[in-house]
Ligand binder design. Sequence first.
Ligand code: AHM
Ligand code: MG
Length: 374
Amino acid sequence: MGKRDFRKAEKPINDQQTLQGLIYFRLDSFECRIANFVMILNLNMERSRIALPIGITLDRFIKSKQSEYPQAAGEFSQLLRDIALASKVVNREINQAGLVDIMGYIGQQNKAGDEQQKLDMLAHIRFSRALSKGGEAAGIISEETETFTDFKNRGKYVVAIDPLDGSTNIDVNVSIGTIFSIYKRKTKPGTKLTKKDFLQKGSEQVAAGYVLYGSSTMLVYTTGKGLNGFTYERTLGEYVLSHPQMRCPASGKIYSINDAGIPQAMPEIAQYIEGCRAAGFTSRYIGSLVADIHRNLIKGGIFLYPATSKYSKGKLRLLYECNALAMIVEQAGGMATDGSNRILDLEPTGLHQTTPFYVGSKRLVEGLLKRIKK
Ligand code: AHM
Ligand code: MG
Protein backbone atom coordinates (compact mmCIF):
# COMPACT_ATOMS: atom_id res chain seq x y z
CA MET A 1 0.00 0.00 0.00
CA GLY A 2 1.43 3.49 -0.95
CA LYS A 3 1.77 6.02 1.84
CA ARG A 4 -0.81 8.44 0.42
CA ASP A 5 -3.36 5.68 0.14
CA PHE A 6 -3.52 4.99 3.79
CA ARG A 7 -6.36 7.38 4.57
CA LYS A 8 -8.44 5.67 1.97
CA ALA A 9 -7.96 2.27 3.48
CA GLU A 10 -11.17 0.94 4.90
CA LYS A 11 -9.64 -0.83 7.86
CA PRO A 12 -6.06 -1.64 8.76
CA ILE A 13 -5.48 -5.37 8.79
CA ASN A 14 -3.28 -5.53 11.88
CA ASP A 15 -1.45 -3.40 14.46
CA GLN A 16 1.67 -3.20 12.39
CA GLN A 17 -0.24 -1.74 9.47
CA THR A 18 -1.96 0.75 11.74
CA LEU A 19 1.42 1.88 13.01
CA GLN A 20 2.89 2.15 9.53
CA GLY A 21 -0.13 4.16 8.47
CA LEU A 22 0.30 6.61 11.32
CA ILE A 23 3.95 7.02 10.48
CA TYR A 24 3.29 7.79 6.81
CA PHE A 25 0.37 10.06 7.62
CA ARG A 26 2.42 12.33 9.85
CA LEU A 27 5.57 12.45 7.81
CA ASP A 28 5.40 16.21 7.11
CA SER A 29 6.03 17.56 10.59
CA PHE A 30 9.48 17.38 12.21
CA GLU A 31 8.10 16.57 15.67
CA CYS A 32 6.14 13.81 14.22
CA ARG A 33 9.21 12.47 12.51
CA ILE A 34 10.89 12.04 15.86
CA ALA A 35 7.80 10.38 17.25
CA ASN A 36 7.72 8.14 14.24
CA PHE A 37 11.36 7.24 14.73
CA VAL A 38 10.63 6.25 18.32
CA MET A 39 7.68 4.19 17.23
CA ILE A 40 9.74 2.37 14.63
CA LEU A 41 12.39 1.72 17.22
CA ASN A 42 9.77 0.27 19.56
CA LEU A 43 8.42 -1.85 16.79
CA ASN A 44 11.87 -3.22 16.01
CA MET A 45 12.55 -3.86 19.69
CA GLU A 46 9.32 -5.79 19.89
CA ARG A 47 10.59 -7.97 17.12
CA SER A 48 14.05 -8.37 18.59
CA ARG A 49 15.25 -10.70 21.35
CA ILE A 50 15.38 -7.83 23.84
CA ALA A 51 11.66 -7.69 24.11
CA LEU A 52 10.99 -11.42 24.05
CA PRO A 53 9.26 -12.64 27.19
CA ILE A 54 11.70 -14.12 29.74
CA GLY A 55 9.44 -17.04 30.48
CA ILE A 56 8.29 -18.42 33.80
CA THR A 57 10.84 -18.04 36.56
CA LEU A 58 11.22 -20.73 39.20
CA ASP A 59 9.87 -18.37 41.87
CA ARG A 60 6.74 -17.65 39.89
CA PHE A 61 6.31 -21.30 39.03
CA ILE A 62 6.59 -22.35 42.68
CA LYS A 63 4.09 -19.67 43.64
CA SER A 64 1.65 -20.79 40.96
CA LYS A 65 1.77 -24.31 42.42
CA GLN A 66 1.26 -23.27 46.05
CA SER A 67 -2.44 -24.07 45.95
CA GLU A 68 -1.50 -27.75 45.49
CA TYR A 69 -0.26 -27.83 49.12
CA PRO A 70 -3.04 -26.19 51.08
CA GLN A 71 -1.70 -27.14 54.53
CA ALA A 72 1.86 -26.05 54.02
CA ALA A 73 1.95 -23.90 50.93
CA GLY A 74 4.20 -21.10 52.12
CA GLU A 75 6.74 -23.16 54.07
CA PHE A 76 7.24 -25.72 51.37
CA SER A 77 7.67 -23.11 48.67
CA GLN A 78 10.20 -21.29 50.81
CA LEU A 79 12.15 -24.50 51.28
CA LEU A 80 12.41 -24.99 47.53
CA ARG A 81 13.52 -21.39 47.13
CA ASP A 82 16.22 -21.87 49.78
CA ILE A 83 17.60 -24.83 47.87
CA ALA A 84 17.50 -22.89 44.60
CA LEU A 85 19.32 -19.97 46.20
CA ALA A 86 22.07 -22.17 47.63
CA SER A 87 22.48 -23.85 44.24
CA LYS A 88 23.11 -20.45 42.65
CA VAL A 89 25.85 -19.76 45.15
CA VAL A 90 27.38 -23.19 44.54
CA ASN A 91 27.12 -22.61 40.80
CA ARG A 92 29.05 -19.37 41.19
CA GLU A 93 31.78 -21.08 43.20
CA ILE A 94 32.06 -23.92 40.70
CA ASN A 95 32.41 -21.46 37.84
CA GLN A 96 35.30 -19.78 39.62
CA ALA A 97 36.91 -22.99 40.76
CA GLY A 98 39.98 -22.63 38.56
CA LEU A 99 40.57 -19.04 39.68
CA VAL A 100 40.44 -19.30 43.43
CA ASP A 101 41.89 -21.91 45.73
CA ILE A 102 38.86 -24.15 46.13
CA MET A 103 39.92 -27.20 44.16
CA GLY A 104 41.56 -30.29 45.53
CA TYR A 105 41.25 -32.34 48.70
CA ILE A 106 40.87 -31.08 52.24
CA GLY A 107 42.70 -34.12 53.63
CA GLN A 108 39.86 -36.05 55.26
CA GLN A 109 37.31 -38.65 54.23
CA ASN A 110 33.53 -38.63 54.43
CA LYS A 111 31.44 -41.45 55.92
CA ALA A 112 31.53 -43.40 52.65
CA GLY A 113 35.32 -43.31 52.66
CA ASP A 114 35.65 -40.82 49.80
CA GLU A 115 38.31 -38.15 50.04
CA GLN A 116 36.48 -34.90 50.73
CA GLN A 117 37.15 -32.08 48.36
CA LYS A 118 37.01 -28.41 49.14
CA LEU A 119 34.10 -27.90 46.75
CA ASP A 120 32.19 -30.83 48.33
CA MET A 121 32.46 -29.18 51.71
CA LEU A 122 31.76 -25.76 50.33
CA ALA A 123 28.52 -27.03 48.77
CA HIS A 124 27.59 -28.81 52.00
CA ILE A 125 28.06 -25.60 53.97
CA ARG A 126 26.09 -23.53 51.46
CA PHE A 127 23.08 -25.84 51.41
CA SER A 128 23.10 -26.39 55.19
CA ARG A 129 23.30 -22.68 55.84
CA ALA A 130 20.53 -21.78 53.39
CA LEU A 131 18.25 -24.44 54.84
CA SER A 132 18.92 -23.70 58.50
CA LYS A 133 18.55 -19.94 57.99
CA GLY A 134 15.37 -20.46 55.95
CA GLY A 135 13.81 -22.22 58.97
CA GLU A 136 11.47 -24.54 57.06
CA ALA A 137 13.79 -27.56 57.24
CA ALA A 138 14.24 -29.00 60.73
CA GLY A 139 17.42 -30.82 59.78
CA ILE A 140 19.54 -32.31 57.08
CA ILE A 141 21.42 -35.50 56.29
CA SER A 142 24.25 -34.94 53.87
CA GLU A 143 26.77 -37.17 52.18
CA GLU A 144 29.45 -35.07 53.82
CA THR A 145 28.45 -35.69 57.45
CA GLU A 146 28.39 -38.88 59.47
CA THR A 147 25.04 -38.22 61.04
CA PHE A 148 22.16 -35.82 60.57
CA THR A 149 22.21 -32.21 61.70
CA ASP A 150 19.35 -30.90 63.82
CA PHE A 151 18.70 -27.22 63.11
CA LYS A 152 16.72 -27.01 66.36
CA ASN A 153 13.82 -25.04 64.98
CA ARG A 154 10.12 -25.69 64.38
CA GLY A 155 10.51 -26.72 60.74
CA LYS A 156 8.18 -29.41 59.42
CA TYR A 157 10.55 -30.91 56.84
CA VAL A 158 13.84 -32.75 56.67
CA VAL A 159 16.21 -32.81 53.72
CA ALA A 160 18.51 -35.56 52.48
CA ILE A 161 21.15 -34.14 50.19
CA ASP A 162 24.27 -34.94 48.25
CA PRO A 163 25.51 -31.36 47.99
CA LEU A 164 28.00 -32.05 45.21
CA ASP A 165 27.90 -35.40 43.52
CA GLY A 166 30.47 -36.64 41.03
CA SER A 167 33.52 -35.99 43.18
CA THR A 168 35.99 -37.46 40.69
CA ASN A 169 34.85 -34.91 38.12
CA ILE A 170 35.02 -31.84 40.32
CA ASP A 171 38.57 -30.76 39.53
CA VAL A 172 38.48 -31.50 35.83
CA ASN A 173 35.66 -29.31 34.60
CA VAL A 174 33.24 -32.17 33.95
CA SER A 175 29.55 -31.88 34.85
CA ILE A 176 28.65 -32.42 38.50
CA GLY A 177 25.39 -32.15 40.40
CA THR A 178 23.41 -31.68 43.59
CA ILE A 179 20.73 -34.21 44.53
CA PHE A 180 18.04 -33.57 47.15
CA SER A 181 15.00 -35.22 48.73
CA ILE A 182 12.47 -33.48 50.95
CA TYR A 183 10.43 -35.39 53.53
CA LYS A 184 7.90 -34.38 56.16
CA ARG A 185 9.47 -35.08 59.52
CA LYS A 186 7.94 -37.94 61.50
CA THR A 187 8.41 -36.45 64.95
CA LYS A 188 6.56 -33.38 66.20
CA PRO A 189 7.92 -30.00 65.04
CA GLY A 190 9.82 -28.32 67.85
CA THR A 191 11.04 -31.61 69.37
CA LYS A 192 14.44 -33.25 68.89
CA LEU A 193 14.98 -34.86 65.50
CA THR A 194 15.64 -38.60 65.45
CA LYS A 195 16.99 -41.04 62.87
CA LYS A 196 13.42 -42.09 62.18
CA ASP A 197 12.79 -38.66 60.61
CA PHE A 198 15.37 -39.50 57.93
CA LEU A 199 14.92 -43.25 57.52
CA GLN A 200 11.82 -42.88 55.38
CA LYS A 201 11.01 -44.77 52.23
CA GLY A 202 11.50 -42.96 48.94
CA SER A 203 7.76 -43.19 48.31
CA GLU A 204 7.31 -40.77 51.22
CA GLN A 205 9.30 -37.99 49.59
CA VAL A 206 7.23 -34.83 49.21
CA ALA A 207 9.66 -33.47 46.66
CA ALA A 208 12.92 -34.39 45.00
CA GLY A 209 15.25 -32.70 42.60
CA TYR A 210 18.68 -32.23 41.21
CA VAL A 211 20.84 -29.41 39.99
CA LEU A 212 23.11 -30.14 37.08
CA TYR A 213 26.16 -27.90 36.78
CA GLY A 214 26.84 -28.67 33.14
CA SER A 215 27.21 -26.78 29.88
CA SER A 216 24.33 -24.84 31.37
CA THR A 217 23.06 -25.11 34.91
CA MET A 218 19.68 -26.71 35.37
CA LEU A 219 17.39 -27.34 38.30
CA VAL A 220 14.94 -30.19 37.80
CA TYR A 221 12.38 -31.03 40.45
CA THR A 222 9.14 -32.80 41.18
CA THR A 223 6.58 -32.64 43.93
CA GLY A 224 4.92 -35.81 42.68
CA LYS A 225 2.87 -34.08 40.03
CA GLY A 226 5.12 -34.34 37.01
CA LEU A 227 8.65 -33.19 36.43
CA ASN A 228 9.81 -29.74 35.40
CA GLY A 229 13.22 -28.42 34.45
CA PHE A 230 14.55 -24.87 34.80
CA THR A 231 17.66 -23.46 33.17
CA TYR A 232 19.72 -20.89 35.01
CA GLU A 233 19.85 -17.52 33.27
CA ARG A 234 23.10 -16.19 34.65
CA THR A 235 22.65 -12.56 33.70
CA LEU A 236 19.28 -12.44 35.43
CA GLY A 237 20.25 -14.71 38.30
CA GLU A 238 17.04 -16.65 37.77
CA TYR A 239 16.03 -20.19 36.91
CA VAL A 240 13.63 -20.09 33.98
CA LEU A 241 11.25 -22.90 33.02
CA SER A 242 12.84 -24.52 29.97
CA HIS A 243 11.69 -28.15 30.20
CA PRO A 244 8.03 -28.26 31.26
CA GLN A 245 6.50 -31.66 32.02
CA MET A 246 9.60 -33.70 31.16
CA ARG A 247 9.05 -37.23 29.87
CA CYS A 248 11.55 -40.05 29.65
CA PRO A 249 11.26 -41.94 26.34
CA ALA A 250 9.82 -45.41 26.97
CA SER A 251 12.86 -46.93 25.30
CA GLY A 252 16.24 -45.79 24.04
CA LYS A 253 19.63 -46.81 22.72
CA ILE A 254 22.01 -45.70 25.46
CA TYR A 255 23.47 -47.82 28.25
CA SER A 256 25.52 -46.25 31.03
CA ILE A 257 27.71 -48.36 33.26
CA ASN A 258 31.28 -48.27 34.56
CA ASP A 259 32.77 -50.76 32.15
CA ALA A 260 35.50 -51.77 34.58
CA GLY A 261 32.86 -52.99 37.04
CA ILE A 262 31.06 -55.34 34.61
CA PRO A 263 33.27 -58.42 35.24
CA GLN A 264 32.88 -57.86 39.00
CA ALA A 265 29.08 -57.86 38.85
CA MET A 266 26.72 -60.83 38.57
CA PRO A 267 26.95 -62.49 35.13
CA GLU A 268 23.46 -61.34 34.09
CA ILE A 269 24.75 -57.77 33.93
CA ALA A 270 27.43 -58.72 31.40
CA GLN A 271 24.81 -60.67 29.42
CA TYR A 272 22.44 -57.72 29.42
CA ILE A 273 25.18 -55.36 28.24
CA GLU A 274 26.14 -57.87 25.52
CA GLY A 275 22.51 -57.77 24.40
CA CYS A 276 22.61 -53.95 24.29
CA ARG A 277 25.75 -54.01 22.19
CA ALA A 278 24.29 -56.59 19.81
CA ALA A 279 21.19 -54.41 19.43
CA GLY A 280 23.33 -51.45 18.34
CA PHE A 281 23.16 -49.42 21.56
CA THR A 282 25.73 -46.76 22.29
CA SER A 283 27.64 -46.51 25.57
CA ARG A 284 27.71 -43.23 27.50
CA TYR A 285 29.15 -42.91 31.00
CA ILE A 286 30.27 -39.66 32.57
CA GLY A 287 30.71 -40.91 36.12
CA SER A 288 28.54 -38.08 37.44
CA LEU A 289 25.21 -39.55 38.40
CA VAL A 290 23.14 -36.44 37.77
CA ALA A 291 24.62 -35.90 34.32
CA ASP A 292 24.23 -39.56 33.36
CA ILE A 293 20.63 -39.67 34.56
CA HIS A 294 19.75 -36.31 32.99
CA ARG A 295 21.03 -37.37 29.58
CA ASN A 296 19.22 -40.71 29.67
CA LEU A 297 16.05 -39.04 30.92
CA ILE A 298 16.01 -36.79 27.89
CA LYS A 299 17.33 -39.15 25.24
CA GLY A 300 16.13 -42.51 26.54
CA GLY A 301 18.50 -45.05 28.03
CA ILE A 302 19.41 -47.13 31.04
CA PHE A 303 21.89 -46.44 33.86
CA LEU A 304 23.30 -49.37 35.82
CA TYR A 305 25.34 -49.43 39.00
CA PRO A 306 25.22 -53.06 40.17
CA ALA A 307 26.66 -54.68 43.26
CA THR A 308 30.27 -55.62 42.48
CA SER A 309 33.10 -57.35 44.29
CA LYS A 310 34.33 -53.86 45.23
CA TYR A 311 30.91 -52.57 46.33
CA SER A 312 29.01 -55.61 47.57
CA LYS A 313 25.77 -53.65 48.11
CA GLY A 314 26.24 -51.20 45.28
CA LYS A 315 27.99 -47.87 45.54
CA LEU A 316 25.18 -45.35 45.33
CA ARG A 317 23.44 -44.10 48.44
CA LEU A 318 19.78 -44.76 48.88
CA LEU A 319 18.82 -41.76 51.00
CA TYR A 320 20.41 -38.89 49.16
CA GLU A 321 21.17 -40.24 45.68
CA CYS A 322 18.90 -43.07 44.55
CA ASN A 323 15.58 -42.11 46.16
CA ALA A 324 15.50 -38.65 44.67
CA LEU A 325 16.54 -39.81 41.22
CA ALA A 326 14.09 -42.73 41.32
CA MET A 327 11.20 -40.39 42.10
CA ILE A 328 12.31 -38.00 39.37
CA VAL A 329 12.60 -40.70 36.72
CA GLU A 330 9.29 -42.28 37.71
CA GLN A 331 7.59 -38.91 37.47
CA ALA A 332 8.83 -38.73 33.89
CA GLY A 333 7.43 -42.20 33.12
CA GLY A 334 10.66 -44.16 33.71
CA MET A 335 11.55 -46.85 36.21
CA ALA A 336 14.07 -47.42 39.03
CA THR A 337 14.88 -50.70 40.78
CA ASP A 338 17.57 -52.43 42.80
CA GLY A 339 17.10 -55.57 40.68
CA SER A 340 14.33 -57.01 42.85
CA ASN A 341 12.37 -54.12 44.29
CA ARG A 342 11.25 -50.68 43.29
CA ILE A 343 13.78 -48.25 44.75
CA LEU A 344 11.03 -46.10 46.25
CA ASP A 345 9.71 -49.09 48.24
CA LEU A 346 13.02 -49.93 49.93
CA GLU A 347 12.93 -49.61 53.71
CA PRO A 348 16.07 -47.71 54.71
CA THR A 349 18.04 -48.96 57.69
CA GLY A 350 21.07 -46.70 57.64
CA LEU A 351 21.69 -43.06 56.82
CA HIS A 352 24.46 -43.87 54.35
CA GLN A 353 23.12 -47.18 53.11
CA THR A 354 23.94 -48.09 49.52
CA THR A 355 21.98 -50.05 46.94
CA PRO A 356 22.39 -51.48 43.44
CA PHE A 357 20.70 -49.00 41.11
CA TYR A 358 19.12 -49.61 37.71
CA VAL A 359 17.19 -46.69 36.33
CA GLY A 360 15.93 -45.18 33.12
CA SER A 361 13.54 -45.86 30.26
CA LYS A 362 10.76 -48.20 31.35
CA ARG A 363 11.12 -50.82 28.63
CA LEU A 364 14.88 -51.03 29.09
CA VAL A 365 14.66 -51.46 32.86
CA GLU A 366 11.92 -54.07 32.39
CA GLY A 367 14.20 -55.90 29.92
CA LEU A 368 17.01 -55.90 32.47
CA LEU A 369 14.70 -57.24 35.19
CA LYS A 370 13.62 -60.10 32.93
CA ARG A 371 17.27 -60.99 32.39
CA ILE A 372 18.11 -60.79 36.12
CA LYS A 373 15.08 -62.84 37.18
CA LYS A 374 15.57 -65.60 34.59
P1 AHM B 1 30.36 -39.40 44.94
O1 AHM B 1 29.13 -39.23 45.73
O2 AHM B 1 31.57 -39.65 45.78
O3 AHM B 1 30.57 -38.34 43.94
O4 AHM B 1 30.16 -40.81 44.15
C1 AHM B 1 29.03 -40.98 43.39
C2 AHM B 1 29.42 -41.03 41.96
C3 AHM B 1 28.24 -40.91 41.03
O5 AHM B 1 28.08 -39.58 40.62
C4 AHM B 1 28.62 -41.76 39.89
O6 AHM B 1 27.50 -42.30 39.24
C5 AHM B 1 29.44 -42.83 40.51
O7 AHM B 1 29.94 -42.31 41.72
C6 AHM B 1 30.59 -43.23 39.68
O8 AHM B 1 31.26 -44.24 40.31
P2 AHM B 1 32.46 -45.02 39.60
O9 AHM B 1 33.60 -44.08 39.54
O10 AHM B 1 32.70 -46.20 40.49
O11 AHM B 1 31.96 -45.43 38.24
MG1 MG C 1 27.44 -38.62 45.70
